[in-house]
Write a protein that binds this ligand. Sequence first.
Ligand code: GDG
Length: 483
Amino acid sequence: MSKTIIISNRLPVQLQIKEGSIEATPSVGGLATGMKSVHSDGESLWIGWSGLTLEEIPDSLDADIDQALARHGCSRVDLSKNEVDGFYYGFSNRTIWPLFHYFMEYSEFELSNWTVYEAVNRKFADAIAAAAADDDVIWVHDYQLMLVPQMVREQRPGLSIGFFLHIPFPSYEIFRTMPWRREVLRGLLGSDLIGFHTYDYERHFLSSVRRLLGLEVSFNEIHLEDRVVKVDSFPMGIDYKKFNEAAARHRDMKPGEISDLQNRLDTHKASTPDAKFFLSIDRLDYTKGIARRIKAFEYFLEKYPEYKEKVRLIILAVPSRSKVPQYQRLKREIDELVGRINGELSTVSWTPIWYFYRSLPFDNLIDLYTSCDIAWLTPIRDGMNLVAKEYIATRTDQTGVLILSEMAGSANEMNEALLINPNNFEQIAESLHQALNMPEEEQKRRNAAMQKRLERYNVEKWANDFMNSLLTQRQQDYSMVAR
Ligand code: GDG
């Protein structure tokens, strides 16, 4: 029976060395959850980096690690510290990530990092070629592995290969600035199907293929000499049921089950009857617009001082890529902004900003989603933004307002949110004001429409749509060859 091989930079399990033995626990990220329906036991294999460098893995634990991963249907590609530096921190996060999010000034074009990126992509491709049977289906994920499809195709031309990009694909004018632009496109074209979150990313990709490689593109198909590559958009959904049911359980919690965080939120609400919470949740990343959001909050309080002591901004910034200098600088900037604004505006009974720089357990995430009146998510660029979808899924009584950046892929599917341009402080201040004064009826009407859509187009549907499209594409290709 054919199996699916999923490939991503990181595996969907976390390894921990405890008292000299190894433990692998499933991680809770969006991709891991999303692929659950595809990655069912015995029928699929997930290949990725374990998160430990070669230097960190003691020889004595080698076999144990393999066994622990195998129990979760996983197999590892080992990377040395140098490889992680050049491939992950280097080319992936200092070249591709900023460039694809339109932060051109942050993009570094270092030949040495490109060389490591190529070599590590080859390692992944070799691992796939070694593990795959002829009728297996390969699904490669994200910007760290864009060369893998072609590298696998060269070794195993008959395999069915799909690729999904989780970040934006930039316009041709941006993409063309990268020295290795053609190599990256050729790498991706090893796939039978290439998926993006939105139609715009798909359009940008096709335009780059046409202009940089001079290939024939008809509608969403690219015609190569011996194959056709299909390009399509598959907006990623969330595990709606998981968030909605967690929120429903949360509502029925008994006093002993309530978390400290929830107690604090409740105490504040009880002491200030018309208090409102704004919620901001992101990885600490310059693409997410966190610093700008804090400045916009200050602007809002200047413009509408009557909301002082009534509104509070809760920021959850999850540590990310802290070895990259821009992330270190951004962390300092946010620390300073929060410190200055709280220093200048706080009163005995009010701190305008609550700031958490850490990752919180899932239950605390639900505390925040369900307690905050307004989710304020204003990335400068974001492939999709799942937090926006998760917030709406947890609003079991359908109240709450979502303020969302037009620059997030999810804005395409969430028209009932208050959509804003993250650079327009005036518009943001007005949207916050509108959100604070929105009648409950209107909140419910908007959220009901979004909930219906999110429930239907959940993450399982996303994964199944992609897989079905990949299988259909492959069959069409075979029948073309047969003709
Ligand atoms: C990339 C693209 C695209 C956050 N804080 C905590 C926590 N989270 C979870 C959220 C959500 C996920 O992390 C973040 O997903 P996003 O989509 O918002 O953003 P990225 O991490 O940048 O993801 C993005 C995505 O890939 C999928 O294709 O949407 O555009 O950049 O699920 O719930 N989870 C827990 N504690 C936290 O503190 N447990």
